[in-house]
Design a protein around this ligand. Structure first.
Ligand code: NAD
Length: 300
């Protein structure tokens, strides 16, 4: 029998992820505050819902891909503005999969609220960016009970290539935040090195080839070069539009520093990366892709 998926949050990531589920034969009902995003999914074969509650009532899986923890908690648990949350509208045998990047504590709060109502939930944040979301090759980093993780496999495999079980509820978010702190650090480092080479008159494309074949090689250089014109199909060659917004990277770095304080872990480079992205965001660049940190270095 065709399995029904409710998909909430159709942004840069959620839109292409929902399209891949449709292409893999799931019956997908979508909801987003943005009507244009819903129209795009309708054209791709999704049913659209007028409210999030309408999308989930007969769903076998609910997937959310939303900007932050406050929104995720409000969606599932409700808020004090008369919204009582989705949990009370779900079938008992549904599996909730939240793929947003949020604090581990927020993920555990939602999972606990689900558990109290007899609903299964896993956190399953992703890595790989918009290109991987489109290609169906995302990495999913999951936290929750093994049984629920196993049940999620067909849905996650329709959208991703590498699927990990990091541990119990919230563990997916912890692993994801550690990864994104490292991502910010190597993106800034790559941008610094390319900018310094270019200011010395070197060609950033040649510099990139040299560093990719040397000990400075990293993901930012390999697949997400921050210097305009070095690679096709990356945000730096498209005015830093699309991709992974500075606003979202700033959020993730903020989460990394909360986690660092809580676990008494020294993360001095993470702290510096947080500050640099916050300065870049405060300068009005929050809507650009995070590789635009190169522009901030060029100005200073
Ligand atoms: P986005 O801002 O492009 O999309 C978020 C979508 O959620 C928007 O379409 C917005 O209208 C919708 N939305 C907001 N509040 C809503 C609500 N209450 N109900 C329904 N829809 C609502 O963000 P994105 O880039 O797609 O990122 C989504 C999540 O994925 C974030 O948590 C982000 O940190 C994470 N992430 C993003 C990337 C990336 O490369 N963009 C990579 C990995 C993880």
């Amino acid at each position: 029998m065709t399995q029904k998926v409710a998909f909430i949050g159709l942004g840069n990531m959620g839109g292409p992820m929902a399209k891949n589920l449709i292409n893999e034969g799931f019956a997908v009902t979508v909801y987003d505050l943005n009507k244009d995003a819903m129209a795009e999914l309708k054209a791709a074969g999704a049913s659209i819902a007028a409210q999030a509650t309408d999308a989930v009532t007969d769903a076998d899986f609910v997937i959310s891909m939303l900007p932050n923890g406050a929104i995720v908690k409000s969606l599932y648990i409700g808020n004090n503005k008369g919204n009582n949350g989705l949990i009370s509208h779900l079938k008992k045998d549904v599996l909730v999969i939240d793929s947003s990047t949020i604090a581990a504590d927020d993920a555990r709060t939602v999972a606990k609220a689900c558990e109290i109502s007899g609903i299964a939930m896993i956190d399953a944040p992703v890595s790989g960016g918009t290109a991987a979301a489109q290609a169906g090759s995302l990495t999913f980093i999951c936290g929750g009970e093994a049984e629920h993780y196993e049940r999620a496999q067909p849905v996650l495999q329709a959208m991703g290539k590498n699927i990990f079980h990091a541990g119990t509820s919230g563990a997916g978010q912890v692993a994801k935040i550690c990864n994104n702190m490292l991502l910010a650090i190597h993106m800034i480092g790559s941008a610094e090195a390319l900018n310094m080479g270019a200011q010395q008159g070197l060609d950033p494309a040649v510099m990139s080839d040299i560093m990719k074949a040397s000990s400075g090689n990293n993901w930012s250089l390999q697949v997400y070069n921050p210097y305009p014109g070095v690679m096709d199909n990356v945000p730096s060659s498209n005015g830093y539009q699309g991709g992974f917004m500075v606003d979202l990277m700033s959020k993730d770095l903020g989460l990394s520093q909360e986690l660092a304080a809580k676990s008494q872990s020294a993360t001095p480079l993470g702290a510096l990366a947080t500050q640099l992205y916050q300065i870049h965001q405060a300068a009005g660049q929050g809507g650009k892709d995070f590789s635009s940190i190169l522009e901030m270095l060029q100005k200073n």
